[in-house]
Design a protein around this ligand. Structure first.
Ligand code: SF4
Ligand code: SF4
Length: 428
């Protein structure tokens, strides 16, 4: 068996049936056998047998996977293509290094106080009237800056982060007590998600604990192959969660990617490095970690509360299944059931199709691929006739909001918890 992962056995187990190919996100935008799950598996097998050099071309190919997990979801042999690509990206990072702007970003993720400061400065610059200018190429090429053009919609920064806005304890009737793991995008950018969650929990008489020392779940680093950052953040979070897990009924996460990382990838990461004690500790925590709509639907009377309120909005909502919610965690019914109480849901033609976010590398150096993958999602949202698109994932929010903007589709994106809070706020 390979020291970390048996790539050869995985490669041998691929029966070449091709079931993974039609819905593969990269194959849809670049229809080539090389950029397909079957192709990736073949190349990875050759690399591990020493028949393929990990050169720039191979790097480029392995970095073009969106890690959407469609292949693993449909493969009759459940081959973990996404996981072996994540593993080979660590080899790529070791061989080629990690671009300086990503290293800066991951350093900020490891040091919350520094991230808070940078975000604060970012907000001050923004309010001073600094505007993003279109990239001129020269500077970008000289300093290897990521491709972020002014015609692209980026999430705005909030003046105060979610974690700095609220006290650690919010008493509210004491029916239950839950902790909130907020995720970086909802902490700094889409802060109305956390505001809405606090509002909904208060309405249900549930006490709230906001763990102030929580760190990033490490998903951005995991998808980029920075395993030092993954190990550091996962261990710090595990130790911290263990210090309060017995005093809460649940840890709620309003983000599919963070939730999948914590509930699934931490254990896989430690198992692959033979750190079995840490894998066991990560797995034990999972019993109490939930995505927000999953827990609210199964453990509270929220649906009944919403139905009793009798509010019905005219706006039609279409629901996008974030890959890390449906494919990784099997969550699709819960948010729809809650939303159906107050909105009319109209399904888009393929809610399960990946939006094309793809991670830090895809959103910077390979943004043209993300843009191509986002356009069909924007088109199907438009065709649904909905006024609002919802998904429990801020990475999808960033990608879909930009795709809608670039394709002139006038539809608003909301996390389901924001829509539920709006319904509870409504006067009859
Ligand atoms: S994870 Fe997604 S993009 Fe990558 S190979 Fe699998 S289906 Fe294709
Ligand atoms: S679905 Fe699985 S077995 Fe079939 S070609 Fe794809 S990776 Fe191979």
């Amino acid at each position: 068996m390979d020291k970390k992962f048996d790539f050869t056995a995985i490669s041998d187990a691929c029966i070449k049936c091709g079931k993974c190919i039609p819905g593969c996100t990269i194959h849809l935008v670049n229809p080539d056998e090389v950029t397909s799950p079957r192709g990736f598996i073949d190349l990875l097998g050759a690399y591990k047998r020493g028949e393929l050099e990990l050169d720039k071309e191979a790097k480029d190919i392995f970095e073009s996977c969106f890690l959407c997990t469609h292949c693993t979801d449909v493969c009759p042999n459940s081959l973990p293509t996404d996981m072996v690509i994540e593993e080979v990206r660590a080899d790529i990072a070791q061989k080629f290094g990690i671009a300086w702007f990503k290293r800066v970003f991951f350093t900020l993720l490891r040091h919350r106080w520094l991230m808070d400061l940078m975000m604060k400065l970012g907000w001050v610059f923004k309010t001073c009237g600094f505007k993003e200018e279109p990239s001129k190429g020269g500077m970008r090429a000289r300093f290897n800056l990521p491709l972020i053009k002014a015609d692209r919609l980026l999430p705005s920064l909030s003046k105060t982060s979610f974690l700095n806005k609220y006290p650690q304890e919010i008493k509210s009737g004491g029916k239950k007590r839950v902790a909130i793991f907020i995720g970086c995008l909802a902490n700094y950018n889409y802060t109305s998600i956390g505001d809405s969650l606090v509002e909904v929990l208060k309405a249900l008489d549930i006490d709230i604990f906001i763990p102030k020392k929580q760190k990033c779940c490490a998903a951005p680093a995991y998808f980029t192959g920075d395993f030092y950052t993954v190990e550091t953040l996962a261990k710090q979070n595990i130790e911290y969660f263990e210090s309060f897990i017995d005093e809460v009924d649940a840890i709620l996460i309003p983000e599919a990617t963070c939730s999948a990382m914590i509930k699934h990838d931490w254990e896989v990461f430690f198992t692959n490095r033979k750190m079995f004690d840490w894998a066991k500790r990560a797995k034990k925590l999972n019993e109490k970690i939930f995505m927000v709509t999953q827990w609210l639907y199964s453990e509270t009377n929220l649906k009944e509360v919403l139905e009793k309120k009798g509010v019905k909005f005219d706006e039609i909502v279409t629901y996008h299944d974030a890959c890390h919610a449906k494919k990784v965690q099997g969550i699709e019914k819960e948010p729809r059931e809650l939303l159906k109480s107050v909105f009319t849901i109209k399904e888009m033609s393929d809610p399960n199709r990946c939006c094309g976010f793809g991670g830090v590398t895809m959103q910077t150096e390979k943004f043209e691929l993300a843009k191509a993958a986002g356009a069909p999602k924007a088109a199907m949202i438009q065709e649904s006739g909905a006024r609002i698109v919802s998904a429990e994932c801020s990475a999808c929010r960033m990608q879909i909001s930009n795709a809608l903007y670039q394709n002139n589709v006038d539809v608003e994106f909301k996390n389901p918890i924001e829509l539920i809070a709006k319904a509870l706020r409504e006067k009859q």
